[in-house]
Design a protein around this ligand. Structure first.
Ligand SMILES: Cc1ncc(COP(=O)(O)O)c(C=O)c1O
Length: 436
């Protein structure tokens, strides 16, 4: 990976980097990056798997959790558990306070203008479905178009197909180069008055490609279209500043950024969220209910029907505080070095081909090994205690585009090391010994 300074990244020492949540960035050089200290925060990393030290390289699927998040969940359930927004008793007020404080943490993390713009969901998938079902059903008409890209995760494809089928709108696909980079010129040519929404990933979970979201947002807006960004793989690797990116919706999942499962965020511009109808009905999203008329609550509660995942929310805030304490910029720089090192080690392996060689990449390496099915690679590596993902990575159209049934994928996180990249390379040599 060549580190190119495009508009989605900044430099190590910038105070205000593009796309960066400046208030959260610790400005350090990667030599300050104490990976041993970071690893000590993650209890699971010291366990063995199949008699070997765990080498966890499946971070794009989900990340491991630091003690700070685990302890926060224990504290919540041991000392604070109650339902939010409903009670006048002490614990309910405490849980409500912690829940709403967490919203403030997310707002600052994304540099959102207002806490009203932060909607808690179950994850990226639910956030995207919320936009499709609420904004989409209210605003899309027959003949309209939604643009997605050829490297999207299924959760940024299927909700739009469902919406398109209901509304008579079409879903068109921005092409991708052999390196895995979006063809931005083709995208700009595809924009026309029928395009109401562009929905793209910040970073690809299958290839690692970081998309030029700011440029794409500017072009979308010049065309009068909105843009939604699937940030599931953006938030763990890149500083994200939703105002600076200039997008309209941004979705991410807590579990991919060292937080709990079952919690995620939809950020949307207040004016857009305000105009959108609720998508699920129930408690908390209403101001008053009668059999004649129901009035809806204000933002963001209008979109949070029912008892929310309170523990997940406070755990997510602990996770965001944790990564912010290290600094997204420092994490990104460290992971870039690790990605480049691991890529070099893997390219030394006879018959190994990288799938996805974009100039701008998050620390995800997809590969195929001549004459070996990825599932066999995964099984043999598992025997060595190495966790990688093999399969289509919920991106089947992308696999078709690259003409492979599946890939092996090593995805790195803030706690991985060069030694683990070496272990992966050694494991792949073992795979070759078995199969040749
Ligand atoms: C790019 C991308 N988008 C969306 C998702 C869906 O996230 P979740 O399953 O947490 O909703 C994932 C998960 O792998 C992803 O990598």
């Amino acid at each position: 990976m060549t580190v190119i300074q495009n508009d989605e990244r900044g430099t190590m020492n910038d105070v205000q980097i593009d796309g960066g949540a400046s208030s959260f960035i610790a400005h350090r050089s990667s030599s300050d990056y104490d990976v041993a200290k970071i690893r000590a925060d993650f209890p699971i990393l010291s366990r063995t798997v199949r008699g070997k030290r765990l080498v966890y390289l499946d971070n794009a699927a989900t990340t491991q959790k630091p003690r700070q998040v685990i302890d926060r969940l224990i504290r919540y359930y041991s000392e604070e558990n109650s339902n939010v927004h409903r009670g006048v008793h002490y614990l309910s007020e405490l849980a409500t306070l912690e829940y709403e404080n967490a919203r403030g943490t997310v707002q600052r993390f994304l540099n959102a203008r207002s806490e009203k713009e932060i909607v808690f969901t179950r994850g990226t998938t639910e956030s995207i479905n919320l936009v499709a079902q609420s904004w989409g059903r209210a605003n899309l008409r027959e003949g309209d178009e939604i643009l997605i890209s050829a490297i999207e995760h299924h959760s940024n494809i299927v909700p739009w197909q469902m919406l398109g089928a209901e509304k008579g709108a079409s879903v068109r696909v921005i092409p991708v180069s052999d390196a895995g980079e979006l063809d931005v010129e083709a995208y700009e040519r595809m924009l026309n008055p029928r395009v109401k929404l562009v929905a793209v990933g910040h970073a690809s979970n299958a290839l690692g490609t970081i998309n030029p979201v700011r440029r794409m947002a500017a072009a979308a807006h010049a065309n009068g279209s909105l843009i939604l960004v699937d940030g599931a793989q953006g938030v763990p690797h890149l500083p994200v500043d939703v105002q600076s990116l200039g997008v309209d919706f941004y979705a991410f999942s807590g579990h991919k950024v060292y937080g709990p499962t079952g919690i995620g965020v939809l950020w949307g511009r207040e004016s857009l969220l305000d105009a959108m109808p609720p998508w699920q009905g129930g408690g908390d999203m209403i101001l008053s209910v009668s059999f004649e008329k129901t009035t809806y609550n204000a933002l963001p509660y209008k979109f949070e029907a029912g008892t929310p995942n309170i523990a997940g929310v406070v755990g997510l805030a602990a996770a965001l505080d944790y990564v912010a304490g290290i600094g997204l910029e420092a994490i990104g720089a460290y992971e870039r070095e690790l990605h480049d090192y691991a890529s070099r080690r893997l390219l030394e392996i006879d018959g190994l081909r990288l799938i996805g060689t974009a100039r701008e990449k998050a620390a995800v390496i997809s590969f195929v090994l001549e004459a070996v099915h990825p599932h066999d690679i995964g099984t043999i590596l598992d025997g060595e205690g190495i966790a990688v993902r093999t399969g289509h990575h919920c991106a089947q159209p992308l696999m078709m585009r690259f003409n492979v049934p599946a890939t092996g994928r090593a995805s790195f996180g803030l706690y991985n090391t060069r030694e683990e990249a070496d272990a992966l390379a050694a494991g792949l040599h073992k795979v070759i010994e078995v199969f040749r």
